[in-house]
Design a protein around this ligand. Structure first.
Ligand code: SF4
Ligand code: SF4
Ligand code: FES
Length: 236
């Protein structure tokens, strides 16, 4: 089938303003939007810029807005786009560096802020044991690939650049509910601020777009409840 990809283009070093360019591409319904972008870049227009690496939903690098919704181009099938014209744009809420590539430094700064690693104290003689029940408490948070779809889709992030955003909160959730971590109180305390967990207004956009089907909003609300339980009432 023949489809049109309408792609956002902007090179700040030469363009005065962003514009859209249409590309006609031959694609099978089971092919992915990433296949179409590759075909454009390799056969029609080598100047088109976008990120990709694994092409299998693992690295999180090809997150973009496809027909108005944040998604991974390597997971979005042509047949699921429900139109012969597919609109491809960069992730919202971030500065465009070129075409579909955005500056993710502010995103990773916020992820790093929550210390996305284990504070496990003195190493034991053997391995650190964790029961299946303890592991269950971390839920699906371990599936996060830091693609930034959730943060880009969050209406609160869009209006308040100081809000930590859903992905860092998922990273925090993972460590707060890891039985091996020793910094639970400190982690809860760090999030118990206006632009921390309490800025989330339960829009559920993050949950809707997460390509790894992580119940992001549910986890944010679980952190809120844990803060109330362990640290006491907070200004919600
Ligand atoms: S649930 Fe919270 S974090 Fe998720 S999109 Fe809504 S406001 Fe943003
Ligand atoms: S929670 Fe989901 S959408 Fe957000 S960064 Fe992780 S994988 Fe991506
Ligand atoms: S290219 Fe790695 S997740 Fe899509």
């Amino acid at each position: 089938m023949k489809i049109i990809l309408r792609v956002f283009r902007f090179d700040p070093s030469v363009d005065e303003a962003p514009y859209y360019r249409n590309y006609s591409v031959q694609a099978e319904p089971y092919e992915r939007v990433l296949d179409c972008l590759n075909r454009i870049k390799w056969e029609q227009d080598g100047t088109l810029a976008y990120r990709m690496s694994c092409a299998h939903g693992v690295c999180g690098s090809d997150a973009m807005k496809i027909n108005g919704r944040c998604a991974l181009a390597c997971q979005k099938l042509v047949r699921d786009c429900e139109a012969d014209l597919i609109l491809v744009e960069p992730l919202p809420s971030f500065t465009v560096l070129k075409d579909l590539i955005v500056d993710l430094n502010p995103f990773f700064d916020k992820v790093n802020f929550v210390h996305p690693f284990l504070y496990a104290g003195t190493p034991p003689e053997k391995e650190r044991l964790q029961s299946p029940e303890e592991r269950k408490k971390m839920g699906e948070s371990i599936r996060c690939i830091l693609c930034a779809c959730c943060t880009a889709a969050c209406p609160v992030v869009n209006e308040n650049e100081n809000f930590l955003g859903p992905a860092p909160l998922v990273q925090a959730f993972r460590r707060i509910f890891d039985s091996r971590d020793t910094q639970k109180i400190e982690r809860l305390d760090q999030l118990d601020v206006e632009d921390g967990v309490w800025a989330c207004l339960n829009h559920y956009e993050c949950t809707r777009v997460c390509p790894k089907e992580i119940p992001v909003t549910k986890y944010i609300n679980t952190i809120k409840r844990e803060i109330k339980k362990i640290l006491g009432p907070s200004p919600e």
